[in-house]
Design a protein around this ligand. Structure first.
Ligand SMILES: Nc1nc2c(ncn2[C@@H]2O[C@H](COP(=O)(O)OP(=O)(O)OP(=O)(O)O)[C@@H](O)[C@H]2O)c(=O)[nH]1
Ligand SMILES: [Zn+2]
Length: 397
């Protein structure tokens, strides 16, 4: 697998030498993959130079001062023990980090790595995981709450719902909160406009739920509205897709690409049942520039530390809460409750208040789980400490 994808020659006089005093003479083929189009921009250059004291320079002849075979690579997809990456050498498979310092480090699709490529071994290994621009996380399933990074370094997230069957404002709120948490910019895309005859009403509903967020209604069938999305899909920018099965994520990517990059599968429109048809390549380059990151983890989403997002979405409610007379106000019948007053005079929407309460409950649950995990960790370290002090006492004798 590695063999066929690697474009490396060991020694070739026609090609420029990268490092003359290096034992391993490494030359990149002239057709080396351009890392910038995969999103290796100023931000990652900076992270790179923080580690290697120098920028990564794509032009091969300027590379003389760099460790010749340490190159940036971006994770294309996750294959359990192995990660598929795109590097200047082409696509490579690398093992997940196993060294002690990197063991605890999560690596997700979209991550930028520094990899060491050995020509002799035809083997690549991870040296560093570069600091992330953004990270999309979710709470991993299980008793213990664990942050699971499902996509890294995403610039824009298309929050996709279809205008016919999948339309759900509660879900959209969750998408929005998770997107803001990630650090990426959310953009709402409503698909299947060809199957909807009250688009305006639905768009208005979305505007109320997501004030200030760009909303686009598109049809992947007729192509209507697709061009308005192109402003977000530009060279070096990474766009991730968030949306239920069958809303038209793959079809949208193919539309934007102008060719079939992702496989799609017909679904039964009568019950909106879709099947997971996306093939296992999570990061794809669009022919006209722009990168699409489409990870399975973003399909099933639960909240992970949503505080920041809450502030943006429910800022009006939260500022009212702060002006309640009692700081421990339950907002039921307490005198001087600003929330009840706001509900009565229409300052806040009743549905929004109900949603806010639901989200609070979810977050309380999540926080409680996190706290209990923290306590367990504290116990562990206490145990270790007391063991250590026993040993230090023994040492004194
Ligand atoms: N009428 C209409 N059908 C669409 C539109 N977009 C997608 N479809 C159809 O909806 C079905 C599902 O589309 P996909 O692109 O596979 O959906 P997906 O979101 O990628 O689904 P998963 O891969 O299961 O997550 C296909 O039959 C598409 O042809 C649209 O804008 N209008
Ligand atoms: Zn109150």
């Amino acid at each position: 697998m590695i063999k066929e994808s690697v474009k490396v020659v060991k020694y070739d006089k026609d090609k420029e030498k990268i490092k003359s005093d290096s034992k391993e003479m490494v030359y990149l083929d002239k057709e080396a993959v351009d890392m910038e189009q995969y999103g290796f921009d100023e931000f990652f250059q900076k992270k790179w130079s923080e580690i290697y004291n120098e920028k990564w320079i794509d032009e091969l002849n300027k590379k003389s001062e760099l460790e010749s075979n340490i190159v940036p690579a971006r994770v294309v997809s996750d294959h359990g023990q192995m990660l598929k990456v795109i590097s200047p050498y082409g696509e490579l498979m690398v093992k997940r980090p196993i060294t002690h310092q990197l063991l605890d480090q999560q690596v997700a699709a979209g991550d930028w790595l520094a990899i060491k490529y050995s020509v002799e071994m035809e083997d690549a290994s991870i040296e560093h995981v570069l600091a992330r621009k953004t990270k999309f996380s979710r709470a991993a399933a299980g008793i213990e709450v664990k942050e699971q990074i499902v996509a890294a370094n995403v610039d824009v997230i298309f929050l996709i719902q279809s205008l016919n069957k999948d339309f759900n404002m509660r879900r959209l709120e969750r998408y929005l909160i998770a997107s803001w948490e990630s650090g990426a910019i959310p953009v709402i895309v409503l698909t299947k406009s060809d199957l909807c005859d009250d688009i305006d009403r639905k768009v208005t509903e979305v505007e109320v739920t997501a004030p200030g967020v760009d909303i686009f209604s598109v049809s992947n069938l007729t192509g209507e509205g697709i061009d308005t999305l192109r402003q977000f899909v530009t060279r070096g920018k990474t766009v991730a897709l968030l949306g239920s099965s069958g809303v038209g994520k793959s079809t949208l990517v193919n539309r934007l690409a102008g060719q079939e990059l992702l496989k799609t599968q017909a679904i039964r429109e009568d019950d909106s049942k879709g099947r997971h048809t996306t093939t296992h390549r999570e990061l794809v380059l669009l022919p006209n520039g722009g990168i699409i990151l489409d990870t399975p983890g973003m399909r099933t989403l639960s909240l992970w530390e949503a505080e920041d997002g809450m502030e943006k979405l429910y800022g009006d409610i939260e500022s009212l809460i702060r002006s309640c007379r009692f700081t421990d106000c339950k907002h039921n019948n307490e005198p001087g409750c600003a929330v009840q007053k706001g509900l009565k005079n229409g300052q806040i929407d009743e549905q929004k208040w109900i949603n806010w309460n639901k989200l609070q409950k979810e977050m309380r649950f999540l926080n409680a789980k996190k706290r209990s995990k923290l306590r367990a960790a504290e116990k562990q370290s206490y145990k270790r400490q007391s063991k250590a002090s026993v040993f230090s006492k023994i040492d004194q004798f």
